[in-house]
Design a protein around this ligand. Structure first.
Ligand SMILES: NC(=O)c1ccc[n+]([C@@H]2O[C@H](COP(=O)([O-])OP(=O)(O)OC[C@H]3O[C@@H](n4cnc5c(N)ncnc54)[C@H](OP(=O)(O)O)[C@@H]3O)[C@@H](O)[C@H]2O)c1
Length: 253
């Protein structure tokens, strides 16, 4: 039986680092998933034979469900599933089109939930699921409202699923970074360079996430900055934490 890892969003900043780190594990194949074939092939060229590029749009039902056949056709044990693909539009909620709302919810929420259910029958004791949530899941976040709400879904879904899967020895970890230095973050808004307090590298997020998953933790927080955020939202009323956030982003509105 082939021991495999599946990493969605492998063509992006955090996903690529997950693939590089998982390439050091004892695995037969790493299925790297994304739409950008060139980027997936570049990662395969860099890391070699065990990398299997799978070009799919996870907002499309047929592409998502095709994993059922892919898994059935191969004799595999899924040791790692990293639901990392995600999109974010940082804008007032009223500016979202129907299709943007649908795609954000489909990719950030529906795709991980469906992929998990497709993979569970191919997982054994010790298998690990990591779902990319965010520090924006800790509280409501005006102006990145839809994105933050999808990440709250991911965090809540992951932690409850971790309890449900305990009898099977499968762990689920919600990875909750704050700002991470990738192409997802806009460099400027309305001509103003954006300052991202507490920004970290994707390497830092990934190394901590893999450590936490190996320890069976249901949440991974990689920096003191995010630990403070997490503590503050437990302590303060959400109305206050939203006011603090709004004060910080006032100059970009
Ligand atoms: N950067 C941050 O500050 C930050 C903070 C907290 C959490 N996160 C989360 O971390 C995860 C990775 O983010 P990142 O910063 O690495 O972003 P990124 O560099 O923009 O990468 C996003 C990835 O998602 C994939 N993707 C987008 N739409 C897709 C679709 N329809 N079907 C399949 N794949 C799709 C992209 O691949 P293709 O374009 O090839 O399809 C890409 O590989 C996301 O879930 C994000 O929400 C990021």
């Amino acid at each position: 039986m082939k021991k495999i890892a599946i990493v969605t969003g492998s063509s992006g900043g955090i996903g690529q680092v997950f693939v590089r780190e998982l390439a050091k594990e004892n695995l037969d194949e790493i299925w790297i998933v994304g739409r950008n074939e060139q980027r997936l092939l570049a990662l395969k060229n860099e890391l070699g034979g065990k990398i299997v590029p799978i070009c799919k749009d996870l907002t499309k039902q047929a592409d998502l469900l095709s994993f059922s056949d892919l898994l059935k056709m191969q004799n595999v044990s899924v040791l790692w599933l990293v639901n990392n693909a995600g999109i974010a539009k940082m804008a007032p909620s009223k500016e979202f089109s129907f299709s943007e709302i649908e795609q954000t919810i489909d990719l950030n929420c529906k795709a991980p939930a469906v992929l998990i259910n497709l993979c569970i029958p191919f997982m054994e004791k010790g298998a690990k699921i990591l779902n990319l949530s965010s520090a924006s899941a800790f509280q409501p976040v005006p102006y990145i409202n839809l994105y933050a709400a999808t990440k709250a879904f991911v965090r809540s879904y992951s932690r409850a699923l971790n309890e449900e899967l305990k009898p099977y020895g499968i762990t689920v970890t919600a990875v909750c970074p704050s700002w991470v230095d990738t192409d997802m973050l806009p460099k400027e808004i309305k001509g103003k360079a954006v300052n991202f307090p507490g920004i970290v590298t994707p390497e830092r997020v990934v190394k901590k996430a893999l450590q936490d998953a190996k320890k069976g933790r249901d949440m991974s927080i990689c920096s003191f900055y995010v630990k403070c955020q997490h503590f503050n939202v437990k302590l303060l009323p959400q109305k206050w934490t939203m006011k603090i956030w709004l004060r910080g982003i006032k100059k970009y509105l």
